[in-house]
Design a protein around this ligand. Structure first.
Ligand code: MLT
Ligand code: ZN
Length: 479
C-alpha cells in the first residue's frame, strides 16, 4: 500500500511539472529553502515541490492532480504568519502552493468602491492601486510590504485600522476559491447586498487554507482621507487610555482610525534597538497611545478638535502629555515607535508572545491582573503589552528578566502560556485575537473552544475536504 502511494505521488509530481511548466515550480534545495520555515522560525518542514501556478485554472488542475494522489497542499502567501500556518510539516508529504505569480489587479471600479485582485497581490501594491484611483483600501499592517492578500484573507488579518474599518472579513465583498476537489467556487460579485442563502465566502476567510485555496477576492474600497492628524499621548495608565479613546470617539466619531497602546517597556526597546528611533518626550511616562484621526477634507477642523481635546485632557490631569505631529516626518517617527516593537523585542532576545483580546473596557483590569500573575510566576519578567487597544486586542508579550538566563526563561513557556490563557478564558476573551491558529495553537483551540463549535468545525472540514489534503494539521488536528 505504502509503495503504491509513493508511486502515485511520484506520478502526481511529474504531472504537476508538466502542467505548470519550467517557470511554474521550484525543486532545487536552495530555491525551496525560504518556503520551509516560518517567519518566527518555530517550524522547519520538508516539501516535495513548490508549485507556482499562474492562473485559477492552473490551481484547479493542480488541486485535481493532488486530490487524485491524496497529496497534501500548503497554500503560501508572503510567509509572514506568526503561527506556522503556511509551513509544510516534517513528513515531506505535502507540496507548497505559492500564489505569488497570481498578482494581477483584475479590475477596479471606483464608482462601486471595489476592486478585484488575485491572491498573490502584495498588500502594499493593493493600497497603491486604490490610491491611484483616489480610493482607500484600509487594511494596514507592519508586514504590508511582503504579506499577500490571499494570506490576509486566509488569516482574517487585523492591523492598525480595525477600529474604523474592521478586519479582513469586513473588507471582502466576494471570493474565488479552488475547492479540495478542484472545482472553482466563483463568488466574486462586487455587491454590497446579496442575501442569497449562506454566506459561503466567509467560510474561507480565516480558514487558513484548510478548506480551499483562495485565488482571488473582490475588496471594499473607501473614500480616501485627505490627510491625517496623528498624536502621541503620554498616560499614567491603561484606564486613562480607555477613557481617552471613549472621549475621542464621542467627539470625533469614526474619524478616529487608530488607537494603539504602548507601554514604557516597548518604547525603551524600540529606542535601544532601532536606528533613528527616539523618545519624543522630555522624560519617561508609564504608557503611551498612538492616536490617528483621518481628515475627510483638506480644510477639516478635526485636527484642531483633536488638539483641543488633548489640551483639555492635560488641563484636567487625565493625560500626562501629548504631541501632535507637525509634519509628515514627525508622523512617521511616531509610527516608527509603534511598528518596530516586534522587531525591537526580537532583537532584545528571548520573548514569549500572547495575542489576546477582551472587551476593551476590561483591558485595564486584565493588564493589572496579568502583570501581577506574571511577576509571581517569573520574578523580574518584563511585560511588553502593546497593540490594538481600540479593538480590545493586545500583544501581551514578555521579555526575559534583565540579566536573567534566556534559556531558563524559555523553559517556562508552557507554564506562562497556560497562566495567561486561563486568565483570558476567565475574561471570556480570545487566546488568538489576530494571528490565527496555524499549527502553533491547535492544542489551545481544542482546549478553549466551545465543544459544539469545535465539532461543527471538524464536520465542516470533513464535508469540504474529506481526504484532509488542504493544509493538513493546521487549525484542526489531522484525523
Ligand atoms: C503587531 O501588531 O505589531 C503585529 O500583530 C505583530 C506582533 O504581534 O508582534
Ligand atoms: Zn497586531
Amino acid at each position: 500500500m505504502r509503495q503504491h502511494l509513493r508511486v502515485d505521488v511520484a506520478r502526481a509530481i511529474e504531472r504537476l511539472k508538466v502542467l505548470l511548466g519550467p517557470a511554474g515550480y521550484l525543486e532545487d534545495a536552495g530555491d525551496i529553502e525560504p518556503f520551509l520555515t516560518d517567519h518566527r522560525k518555530l517550524y522547519r518542514g520538508v516539501t516535495l515541490l513548490v508549485a507556482l501556478p499562474s492562473s485559477t485554472s492552473e490551481v484547479a488542475s493542480l488541486v485535481e492532480i493532488c486530490a487524485a494522489a491524496g497529496l497534501g497542499m500548503v497554500p503560501h502567501g508572503g510567509n509572514t504568519s506568526y503561527c506556522g500556518g503556511a509551513t509544510p510539516r516534517e513528513q515531506g508529504s505535502e507540496i507548497v502552493v505559492s500564489l505569488r505569480r497570481m498578482n494581477r489587479v483584475r479590475s477596479l471600479d471606483a464608482l462601486n468602491y471595489s476592486m478585484t485582485v488575485e491572491a498573490g497581490c502584495v498588500l502594499a501594491a493593493i493600497q497603491r492601486a486604490a490610491e491611484e484611483a483616489d480610493r482607500l483600501f484600509p487594511m494596514s499592517l507592519g508586514s504590508e510590504g511582503s504579506c499577500t492578500i490571499g494570506g490576509n484573507l486566509s488569516t482574517n488579518a487585523g492591523g492598525t485600522a480595525v477600529l474604523r474599518y474592521g478586519m479582513m472579513r469586513d473588507l471582502v465583498l466576494g471570493l474565488e476559491v479552488v475547492l479540495p476537489d478542484g472545482r472553482v467556487l466563483d463568488q466574486l460579485k462586487p455587491l454590497r447586498k446579496d442575501n442569497t442563502g449562506y454566506d459561503l465566502k466567509q467560510l474561507f476567510v480565516g480558514a487558513e487554507g484548510t478548506l480551499g485555496i483562495v485565488t482571488a477576492a473582490c475588496l471594499k474600497l473607501f473614500p480616501r482621507p485627505r490627510g491625517y492628524a496623528t498624536a502621541l499621548v503620554a498616560l499614567a495608565s491603561p484606564q486613562a487610555a480607555v477613557d481617552l479613546l471613549t472621549g475621542l470617539r464621542g467627539s470625533l466619531g469614526d474619524n478616529v482610525t487608530t488607537f494603539e497602546l504602548l507601554p514604557r517597556s516597548a518604547l525603551e526597546l524600540v529606542c535601544r534597538h532601532i536606528d533613528g528611533a527616539t523618545d519624543p518626550f522630555g522624560h519617561p511616562h508609564h504608557w503611551y497611545a498612538l492616536v490617528e484621526v483621518s481628515l475627510p477634507q483638506a480644510d477639516s477642523d478635526l485636527a484642531e478638535r483633536l488638539q483641543t481635546e488633548l489640551a483639555a485632557g492635560i488641563e484636567r490631569g487625565a493625560l500626562d502629555d501629548a504631541l501632535l505631529a507637525a509634519s509628515l516626518g514627525q508622523r512617521s517617527a511616531f509610527w516608527k515607535l509603534r511598528e518596530n516593537i516586534p522587531e525591537a523585542q526580537a532583537r532584545e532576545g528571548a520573548s514569549l508572545k500572547h495575542d489576546v483580546s477582551v472587551q476593551t473596557g476590561r483591558l485595564p483590569e486584565f493588564i493589572d491582573e496579568g502583570a501581577l500573575l506574571l511577576e509571581r510566576l517569573v520574578p523580574g519578567v518584563r511585560l511588553v503589552a502593546y497593540g490594538h487597544l481600540g479593538d480590545g486586542n493586545l500583544h501581551f508579550n514578555l521579555s526575559f528578566p534583565s540579566g536573567g538566563d534566556q534559556r531558563v526563561f524559555l523553559q517556562r513557556a508552557e507554564e506562562v502560556h497556560r497562566a495567561i490563557h486561563e486568565l483570558v478564558a476567565r475574561y471570556r476573551g480570545s487566546f488568538s485575537a489576530e494571528h490565527g491558529i496555524g499549527r502553533h495553537k491547535v492544542a489551545e483551540l481544542e482546549r478553549y473552544e466551545d465543544p459544539v463549535a469545535l465539532d461543527l468545525m471538524r464536520r465542516l472540514k470533513r464535508v469540504l475536504d474529506p481526504d484532509g489534503i488542504m493544509n493538513p494539521g493546521k487549525v484542526l488536528r489531522e484525523e
